[in-house]
Design a protein around this ligand. Structure first.
Ligand SMILES: [Zn+2]
Length: 343
């Protein structure tokens, strides 16, 4: 219960508990770090600990009192979480105004207020200024938490008024544990998810999804049959992207995940070629990787990897996906010549 739910951030937790015991919590925090490592979860436990009606010296929520139950149910009048609506690019100032207005109101249950603002990377100048104005006279026992990816996404005025709390990537065993708890039993599936997770639970879960598994198996098959041309790989990737739905943000996410999966295979094949003790894959998969490395040669594997990383960069830069796939198709077709020339 309580803080036990927060995994892999003991250092941060200790800092908060010490500060709370000394009555030195700041009024505003900026949580920064990769997505899906538990920043929002931490913010909620923080809110519960502040508002808990039974919390003692330890600054931990009891998870039983009325207040704790209300926060868990998303119904606590003094605990508010707001995020940028998915259909807009910036955090709207109207929303920020209403958040700030409710922050300035008296605490309904008398234990203070906690407001969490997710997607803080997307504050525009107007909403940031509204936020700053609220910080000039924070009500007693009130806390504002901004959650974002990096401090350099914020105006210097925000950074200087908030205590910045960095959250690091989660260690692999912590993520593996969480995957098992989510019912993902297959070891090869978990190993693949861990490689793609980069310390983020959200990414690991996404990578362990069944549709993604099918794609992964397909990439493996496509790379395993050296004679098949590489352009098929790009077509396959495109189908995977379209499967993600019509919405462009979702497609982009899929696109990046698909590219990461390909790069992961290619990197592993390169490793296989230079390291005979290579592991972290199933036997059958290792066989495919070794076959690929032997047939294509490290040199061309590196070339293909670089070309795919270029596509990843284009997706990141929001180049139209149709253009990305067309260019990738063209180049992979050319690079795929390795398969026929070595036969
Ligand atoms: Zn409680």
């Amino acid at each position: 219960v309580g803080w036990d739910r927060v995994k892999g951030h003991n250092g941060v937790l200790k800092r908060f508990q010490r500060a709370a015991q000394r009555g030195r919590l700041a009024h505003a925090y900026l949580f920064v770090g990769p997505e899906g490592v538990g920043k929002k979860l931490f913010a909620r436990e923080f809110g519960k600990a502040v508002l808990c009606e039974q919390s003692g010296q330890e600054f931990a929520a009891c998870d039983r009192c009325h207040s704790c139950i209300l926060v868990e149910a998303g119904n606590h009048p003094d605990f508010l979480v707001e995020s940028r609506p998915p259909e807009v690019q910036e955090f709207p100032v109207e929303l920020m105004r209403s958040v700030c207005a409710s922050f300035s109101l008296k605490s309904a249950r008398g234990r203070g207020k906690v407001v969490v603002i997710d997607d803080a990377d997307d504050l525009n100048e107007e909403s940031a200024n509204c936020f700053l104005k609220t910080l000039e006279e924070p009500p007693a026992q009130s806390y504002l938490i901004l959650v974002g990816a990096a401090r350099d996404r914020q105006l210097p005025t925000i950074v200087s008024r908030c205590q910045v709390v960095p959250f690091g990537p989660l260690p692999a065993p912590v993520i593996d544990d969480l995957l098992v708890k989510q019912g993902i039993e297959d070891r090869a599936n978990r190993q693949a998810a861990l490689r793609l997770a980069e310390g983020s639970v959200a990414r690991a879960l996404e990578a362990a999804d069944s549709e993604v598994q099918v794609f992964r198996a397909g990439v493996m098959e496509s790379l395993g049959q050296g004679k098949k041309d590489l352009a098929d790989l790009a077509k396959f990737w495109w189908a995977f992207v379209e499967q993600g739905g019509k919405e462009s943000a979702a497609q982009r996410r899929r696109a990046k995940l698909g590219l990461r999966i390909m790069v992961d295979f290619l990197h592993s094949a390169i490793h296989c070629a230079v390291d005979t003790t290579f592991e972290g894959y199933d036997e059958s998969e290792i066989k495919v990787l070794r076959g690929l490395a032997a047939q294509a040669g490290v040199e061309s594997l590196i070339q293909i990897t670089e070309r795919i990383l270029e596509a990843d960069y284009q997706v990141e830069r929001r180049v139209q996906l149709v253009l990305v796939v067309e260019a990738l198709l063209f180049d992979l077709d050319r690079l795929g010549a390795f398969a026929t020339s070595s036969n």
